[in-house]
Design a protein around this ligand. Sequence first.
Ligand code: C2E
Ligand code: CA
Ligand code: CA
Ligand code: CA
Length: 276
Amino acid sequence: VKSQGRNGAVRFMPHMSAEEQRRRNLEFDLRGAAARGELCLYYQPQYSLPQRQLIGFEALVRWQHPKLGLIPPMQFIPLAEESRLILEVGNWVLHEACRQAAEWHFPERRLCMSVNISALQFEQPDFVAQIQSLLGQYGLNGENLALELTESMVQRDQAHAADSIQRLQDLGVRVALDDFGTGYSSLSLLQNLPFHLLKVDRSFLNDLLYSSSHFNRAFTLLEVVMKLAHNLNMRVVAEGIEQEEQYELLCRLNCHSAQGYWFARPLPAEAAAGLL
Ligand code: C2E
Ligand code: CA
Ligand code: CA
Ligand code: CA
């Protein structure tokens, strides 16, 4: 049995596993989801340390599926990346994040919206031009936008990545290396690419608790990361702060900013607006 969907996508084939069929169906539904208004952004606040002043938000996409309810990004972003639908999704995310930043008066408040970018988006030849026109369209300054890249996506063509990152920084847009420390080649990347921000993955914070048997190792590791960032003229954002103790330790480490459940979970726009 096999039926063709509207755009010819195969919805069911007997040789597919249940998991594969689920993915195919989800991918089929994702086509046009942005245009149908099914995507939305949640906003997780980011704070300066140690003052705990609001400095901006990370925009995190959600999919309000008409039948399946709210779907977290880990369940559809990888699918979108395999099928190039990420261009459509990512473009919607960029527009919505900028629209919201403008509505929240980011230029006057000097706040920054951080947006996650996928490899395929970043590799578009006109990516930097797209960002520039987006800033103009919504009346934002470069400093009101930060783009989060992961190391896997800048590895393939480092010369091109370095050039794009430099041109983004020239616009005032900050570029962050996301999930720092979880990959294989972070150090060589830092040598070659002019990142402005390092986002330390939350796995590094797990042991940043006095009660952890690995506390000394975690603390030393972060000390080194802070020193590295300082010497390379980068700022450090710690993600996944869940306890006050982690906040205090990060302050002692002179970490620049942080986000995490201890401050706030990612919030729908109306709730996030209450923090402004
Ligand atoms: P990420 O960029 O590392 O985002 C941080 C994730 O950690 C978010 O999950 C956030 O809700 C979660 N988090 C924040 N604070 C804490 C904490 O204190 N404890 C714990 N346990 N978790 C915390 P979320 O929203 O489910 O996003 C997951 C991933 O999906 C993101 O990881 C990012 O890689 C991807 N993603 C989200 N939105 C987008 C998007 O618009 N475009 C692209 N390309 N990827 C996105
Ligand atoms: Ca991120
Ligand atoms: Ca991250
Ligand atoms: Ca992550």
